[in-house]
Write a protein that binds this ligand. Structure first.
Ligand SMILES: O=C(C1CCS(=O)(=O)CC1)N1CC[C@](c2ccc(OCc3ccccc3)cc2)(S(=O)(=O)c2ccc(F)cc2)C1
Length: 270
């Protein structure tokens, strides 16, 4: 019935342009590929994040973080971002079809999408009952990040995590949401937009197939809009520029190359 069901849903439930035609077997393989790509690159396992989620920092530990100089806190976060983004790059490389894209387009998609995927993944490490997020081994309240000097950015990240937590996404749904967010065919600088669009449509179809099977189609309407994610990423870039004006050499001397490559545009470097 499983194959028959997916075959039927293939036939009756949605129109598909010829180049995106996908067989029931290819559909199953694609679904497994997206799910495994996420499972193998999720950095922290969901069950471990859950076990730790009532381990919060004590007031003393909180104060200790709040008294750290701004540049030190920034450097720590930037290193955690870079670690997390290395897993995201690995996720992309395991998505079937991603490495077949034009190499330039792979860079464009990761430059534009890495931080967005990090924000989505972060919601796995968020405890919506006490508004805390996993950070350096325990769960931290928003106030812990005070010395970063970007409370509006952190607040919008927490709000995003709250809205994603409300959907109670499964790891499978998280995998697909990350994949369709990464493979956004509407980026202006893409050289082979059609190829990205074909891959996007196949993965979006597989996502809808999963949601139909699990009676979770409603979440498609409730996933955060694209511009909500890009607004937070824009805010991150603005805060980075302000930080670099305050500490001109730190970014150059202390930030990892991958972070600079993704978030500090080459033009300034020349
Ligand atoms: O969640 C992860 C990891 C990846 C997914 S996972 O495996 O489920 C858990 C671990 N994160 C890894 C990096 C993290 C991060 C994410 C976004 C971010 O952007 C805002 C920013 C940027 C630059 C300077 C200041 C603020 C900064 C750090 S973090 O450091 O833990 C952090 C978290 C909350 C916060 F309020 C500030 C920092 C989130």
């Amino acid at each position: 019935f499983h194959n028959l069901e997916s075959y039927c849903s293939l036939n009756f439930s949605s129109f598909f342009p010829p180049e995106c035609m996908i067989s029931a077997t290819e559909l199953e393989l694609l679904m497994q590929n997206v799910i495994f790509a996420h499972q193998e690159t999720c950095q922290f396992r969901q069950e471990n994040l859950q076990i730790l989620r009532w381990e919060t920092f004590s007031p003393e530990e909180m104060q200790n973080f709040q008294q750290k100089p701004m540049d030190q806190m920034w450097e720590r976060c930037v290193c955690h971002i870079t670690d997390a983004i290395q897993y995201i790059v690995e996720f992309a490389k395991r998505l079937s079809g991603f490495t077949d894209l034009n190499p330039n387009d792979q860079i464009v998609l990761l430059k534009a999408g890495a931080m967005e995927l990090l924000l989505i993944r972060m919601s796995r490490a968020f405890n919506c009952f006490n508004n805390t997020v996993f950070f350096e081994g325990k769960y931290a309240q928003l106030e812990l990040f005070h010395s970063l000097g970007c409370t509006d950015l952190i607040t919008s990240m927490f709000d995003l995590c709250q809205s994603l937590c409300a959907l109670n996404l499964s790891e499978h749904e998280m995998a697909f949401f990350n994949a369709i967010t990464l493979l956004n065919p509407s980026y202006p600088w893409l050289q082979d937009k059609h190829k990205v669009d074909t891959l996007y449509r196949k993965i979006h179809f597989a996502f809808r197939h999963l949601l139909r099977r699990t009676h979770r189609e409603f979440i498609l309407m409730k996933l955060p809009e694209k511009e909500k994610l890009s607004n937070i990423c824009q805010l991150h870039l603005e805060k980075l520029n302000i930080f670099r004006q305050m500490y001109p050499t730190i970014a150059w001397e202390r930030f990892p190359p991958l972070y600079k490559e993704l978030f500090i545009s080459e033009t300034e470097n020349s």
